[in-house]
Design a binder for this molecule. Structure first.
Ligand SMILES: C[S@@+](CC[C@H](N)C(=O)[O-])C[C@H]1O[C@@H](n2cnc3c(N)ncnc32)[C@H](O)[C@@H]1O
Length: 224
């Protein structure tokens, strides 16, 4: 049974990789905007994503998985990448997690969040830049809700490289044994995560996104 599960998992991954490669070969760039900082700045400035928006899943749906990964370590150093204007940073803060650094490369959204939630910590950097996230082996956990997805789902080679670079940078700043929780729409970067981290587990969950449509989401936990 275990063997069958593993075979199915392997087949699903191989299919996902094949689909991605076909899209790249087709030159399908219909979602290339997803990987551009200019897009996010313009979208947040226009009010398209209002004061608060949740990609993938509501925070309530993923909350048990977040808590399970964080192991109730309230003083842990937590990196929240591609925070956007999600409520996740606020929920972590209100639950007593005192060392959460919320990061996004959109100046617009970081300014918006700093103004509305001055008690939370925010940083505006591009997580795909080497060295951008500070010293090596610093964070206990990293939480990512749709951030690497926006690069990998762009369907273009340069953004794929950016996704790989972001994973490398996150791996660099996590302590040995540190965990990287990825809430992903389909687990599109999972083969890169698997190659970078020593250990990776994933499962699919059901729920609803901000648009209220039913969605299956992949929850991935990588350990350095
Ligand atoms: C799909 S949205 C997810 C937003 C939020 N985490 C949520 O759950 O709704 C992707 C976010 O990642 C940010 N982002 C994408 N690439 C990034 C990078 N290389 N460095 C920092 N932030 C990035 C975007 O600006 C955007 O806010």
């Amino acid at each position: 049974m275990h063997c069958l599960d593993e075979t199915c998992h392997g087949l699903r991954e191989a299919l996902a990789t094949l689909r991605r490669r076909i899209n790249l070969l087709r030159g399908d760039s219909s979602r290339s905007w997803l990987g551009r900082k200019e897009y996010w700045d313009a979208a947040y400035a226009s009010g398209r994503y209002k004061d608060s928006y949740e990609w993938n899943q509501t925070c309530e749906t993923i909350w048990p998985y977040v808590l399970n990964t964080l192991e109730s370590r309230l003083d842990a150093k937590i990196l929240h990448v591609g925070c956007g204007n999600s409520r996740l940073g606020r929920m972590l803060h209100d639950d007593g997690y005192i060392n959460v650094l919320n990061v996004d490369y959109s100046r617009v959204v970081i300014k918006m969040m700093q103004q509305s939630q001055p008690e939370l910590q925010f940083l505006c950097v591009d997580c795909a830049e080497s060295g951008a996230l500070g010293e090596a082996d610093h964070f206990d956990f990293c939480v990512d809700k749709g951030a690497i997805d926006s690069l990998f789902e762009s369907n273009c080679d340069s953004m794929w490289q950016q996704g790989c670079a972001m994973i490398q940078e996150i791996h660099r700043v996590l302590k040995p044994g540190g965990k990287y929780l990825v809430i992903s729409n389909g687990g599109i970067g999972s083969d890169v995560l698997k190659a970078t981290f020593g250990h990776m587990q994933s499962e699919e969950i059901e729920g609803y996104a901000c648009d209220l449509y039913y969605k299956l989401i992949t929850i991935i936990v990588c350990t350095k």
